[in-house]
Every structure is written in C-alpha cells, then in structure tokens.
Design a protein around this ligand. Sequence first.
Ligand SMILES: [Mg+2]
Length: 372
Amino acid sequence: MSELLQKITDVKVWHIRVPVVSTRSHGIGDIEGGFEVVLLRLTTEGGQEGWGEAACWSVFTGSPEASYYALSRYLRPLILGRMVSERERIIGTALYAIAHATEAKAALESALLDLEGKILNQPVWALFGQKSQARIPLSVSIANPDFEEDKQLLQKISADGVRLIKLKTGFKSHQFDIMRCEYIRKYHPELSLRVDFNQGLEAEEGVSRTLDLATFEPDFIEQPVRAHDYETMAKINRQCPVLLLADESVFGPEDVKKAISQNIAGGVSIKVMKSGGIKRARKTAQIAAKAGWSCYGGDMHETGLGHLPGVHLIASCPEITLGCEFYHARYYVIEDILSTKFPIDEGHVVVPDSPGLGFSPDIEKIDALSLK
Ligand SMILES: [Mg+2]
C-alpha cells in the first residue's frame, strides 16, 4: 500500500526504571522497588511515531541492558532508512541478526505495527484478522511475601469486579502456600484461583507439592519446576488432576512443538516477550491449540505500553481462552507511562479500536524515569 511507503528516519531507545507499589516474590526471584524496561520509538519522515516496549526480567528472558543494546546497536542499522511497508522483511532479518533478545524483537515488531496501524487508520488487531474477543477476562497476581498486604489487594480487586487471581507460590514455604490457598478459598469464593510456581520447586518435591495444591482445585497450575526439566514436568503432568501449564519451559513455536511431543503440560502461557512478537506468539498458540492444549495470555513486568501488543494478540487469537494478566499498569506500578489509563473495566481488559496500539506513552513521564 502506497501510504506505507514512508521511510523510518529516527530510532530512539530508552532504558527506564518503573517504581512499583510493593515487593513481589516468585519462585525464581523478587521485584523490589521497581522493574526496568526498554522503550523504542520509531519516527517516519512524515512525522508518524510507533512505540514498542521490551519488558525484560534477567532471571527469565534476559537483562534490560541486553535489550537496550540489541535495539540501539544491533537492530538500529536494520531499521533506519527502511520503509514502513517492509515490516515483515525487517523482522525477518532481525530474527537472525542477533540471537535470543526476544523482548527487543517484540518491541521492534510492536513499533512497526503501531506505525502501520496509525498510517492505515486501523487497530493493530485488525492487521491480523477478525476481532474474536472485545473484553478479555483479567487475572491479578497475588505475590506479596507480606500476605496481610495481599489481603487488602484481594478486597480491592474483588470490589473492582476482578474474578481471576493467580497465586504465586514456591518462594517461601509449602505451609505458606497452603495457608494462602485456604484463606482465598474460605474468604473469596467469588474468585477463580490459579497457581504459578515460577519454577520454585525442586524436582524431587515437584510432584507431591503440586498435588497438594491441586486439592484446592485451581483452574490451572503453572510451571512447578525448572524450565528445562521436561522430564519432571511430564511426570507431574501424568499425575496432576488439574490442568498443568508450561510458562518458562516454552518461549516460542520451536519449544511448544517439543513440549507437546514430550507431553510436559496441557496448556501454555503465551507471552509476546517470550516469543519475540505477536506473530510468533500467535503461531505458538495455534500449534498448542491444535494439539488440544489450552492457552493463557501471560505477561512480564510491563507498563501499559508493554501490555498493548498482548491485548491486540489476544483480540485476534481465538486460541487464547484463559484470559490475561495485564494488571501491572493499573494495579502494580505507582504511575503508568501511558498518557491515558490502560483500559480495564469490571475485571476485563477492553480491546482498543483506535488506530495502531490505541494508546501512546507520555514522553515527560518516560524522561523522568530514564536511566540513560
Ligand atoms: Mg508464569
């Protein structure tokens, strides 16, 4: 389309630290004080701007420093001077120009799609097909090592209409996990419970502790043991009466094929940051669903800008049926970077229909949080 024959004339990258309201613990590490993300802005010769975020976690996907240099040093020369119409080719080259760095590649795809949508006057989801979901059920994670604070969060989100929660487990003691499950079941029967160990269990305790929490009948239990321990995942999957989800064990389409063949789970957490963009995330979900697996819309520690590609992914991907966890922008960061509030209403994320990603960040807020 001729409108897309616009050259990209500027590539700007920020590394920012986003303050958060509380400490959160996970099987593989804690978030204290804030989390770091890398932002990308592409500008065209016509003055149009496209935005992307690389949401990194050093113990999971990679470091923000790696994303910063992936974008500013290794991918920048592949982008500058290219046409917006060359999105597929730019992303195809980026895939092999630097190994891993999936979050940086996701940020690049997001910024190119944002540009394309804005120029064509279409939301990003429409660039992939029909909208299959307009309101996505929202899950909020319960992960504070101080459970008294999480009791207040449970009351607040319940009053806001949230009906899905994910309890982060495997970072303190098994008794702490059981006590919290009992509390939630007793005092919040209105909430659907999910459990996520984030690899927190040792292989030898993986089966027994997962089966203990399965007695609380959560919708699913996610990633009890280490990402590469497919053998123990498969063993748990054979014995667990509750749906087992793979998260850290499956990054993209290549992993999910292997995971299916080894029967390590019955579902997968699909994340734009793990797969390296919406297109590869869709492919992962499609392969999983074809094998009879369930798909969930996961995220990293993201701002509202980082959530948006995931929202457009799920809107256009009927295979993702278990809701999403894009709660950070409204329930975890002290102040989000978007100019307007990330769209959550009565426990659902509302899919935007405005052009591109649908929302833009506030440049003053970004500059105030910038580390370099
Ligand atoms: Mg997880």
